[in-house]
Design a protein around this ligand. Sequence first.
Ligand code: ADP
Ligand code: MG
Length: 629
Amino acid sequence: MAAVLAWLVVLPALGATDSTLFTMTLMFTSVAVAINWNLTGGFTGYVDFGHAVWFGLGAYATTILMSLQANSLGIGWPPIPAIVAGAVVAGVLAGLIGRATMRLRGPYFSIAMLGTFVAMREIVRTWGGLTGGGVGLTLPPYLNRQLFYYLELVLVVGLIALTWRLRRTRFGAALVAIREDELGAGTRGISTTRLKVAVFSFAGASTGLFGGLWAYQNTFVDPDIAFTEVRTIDAVMGTLLGGLGTVAGPVVGSVALYWLREVLWANLLDYHLVAQGVLLIVIVLLAPRGIVGAFDRRGTSLLRLWRRQPAAVPDAADGGADAHGAEHTSDAANDDVETRSTEHTSDAADGHAGADTSDRAPERTAAPVVLQGRGIVKRFGGLTAVDRVDIEVSGGEMVGLIGPNGSGKTTLFDCLSRVQSLDAGTIRLDGADISRLPPHRVARLGVSRTFQIIRVYRDLTVRENLELSIQWGRVGLRGLFSRTDGETRRRAERLMEFLLLAPLADEPAGTLSGGQRRLLEIGMALMSEPRLVLLDEATAGVNPSLVEDIKDRLRAVNSEQGVAFLLVEHNVQFVADLCDRVVVLDAGGKLAEGTPSQIMDDPAVIEAYFGAPGRERSDPRGEGNGAEQ
Ligand code: ADP
Ligand code: MG
């Protein structure tokens, strides 16, 4: 690598001609564009088919600023400020457009960006007064190729170093979490909207910068050459060839592609485009992780990203009002699908540390109420999944939530963790209204959750999963751009020991058994030092021997750290063993509430479970069927 760099540095001195240097800067450009593309496409999982739009915008903004003449501003800008301004224009527009399009996921986002690209090119073509229309704009010829060669070399090397570093920070890890499970990431306190839009805007600015540099050296822009889809295709192909989601992938892949094209161009003439197309198909099908990806576990594949299409998350960027409504974007569909949410927790003020505990005395309700839901209503079309439910959990309390399949337990969790908006009712945490907060804010206030259909970051290791599930409320800007700290690492180690996951620490979470993933998800919920954890069917699909372990672990966390739990369980015995108080839902409404023994003897509850003929019911004492969806 050092040798390559050294060669690049001395190249001009070796008597390279201006045209060779220009060719090299074009290669640097395609490497840079691929790196930028990979930041959103590879790391964050947002596959952008219109990325070249930022290049064109940077190119045009730079050219327009430089060619300002006898107008109100008088003179054209000098090159460097104009190029920087072009990058800023591209970055700002990327931020604004990303804010809108990144509500979409998977192919929908890809197509929306392709549309943005085409629309922008047409705007440039049509807005002749400013852009010269279809004819384009010309700049005065420029002189020093060497200067720009070195400038671009420095920028590309800097960009590689930056992405390498970024991938190792919490920010980089959070981007991958967004790719792996955006909804889960939101419920674990990650401000997903803000982070993904930030990286998208950065990538836009960076590509815009190279667009401006290119325009200046090319001395001419028109809509077809500044806004060419080939630039996007090259970035996508280069990245796929090299390794999607890896740091070196786009670099290796773009250079390889550049070289291949020269060879193919020379030997195949008219057929080089066909050959290129075949190559793309071969990569996607036969080597989905690319050259670097074959060796780097962190790589991913395009088909996998699309097949998954994780559900979008409720709007996370800013607290308030617009949390509502944004959230039904569950395009979901596949693997982790399930519109359910979770949230993670956070420290929050008082820790109830070691408060009450293992004996399950009813008077424990004397502790202050932590979470209080009042009159919660959630409808799906004509179906009222949760119907005016009141529920509260006090500090350090363990409360069970049971009910037949479809009675609204998971939906209630989704409302409480704000993955779903409410149709009526309020939710208070320590008395403060959180009914409209986005999930990551709720998580940061100390409420975490697990999902009935397990959500872990499958491509990340067990350790990484845990280390990402921190109390994000405490991560400032500085923490965002640094690596995992020692304290977090130790906490993750302890939790892995505690949850019997230590031997699996470096295995990708996707390879664990269902029971192990349940434990991991519980660990992730505990990582953020929550005060309240909502557990949705923590024992479903878990081997019975592990169920006892889970029970012990929950009891220990409750008694030693005073963490409160709200448990949804099919296995009523499990609930009876752990909880002081049980709430029973049926058909969305609250059917009963009391101690486990009161509940088990309640005729209405028995009726609901064994109930009226024709209604499908599950056994309250029993195995339950965890697999209700
Ligand atoms: P439980 O967890 O108690 O089994 P759920 O909360 O999953 O019950 O479901 C309650 C009802 O709401 C069910 O009838 C279910 O089909 C329906 N439901 C849940 N989520 C959705 C959704 N995203 N869209 C439409 N209907 C839903
Ligand atoms: Mg459920």
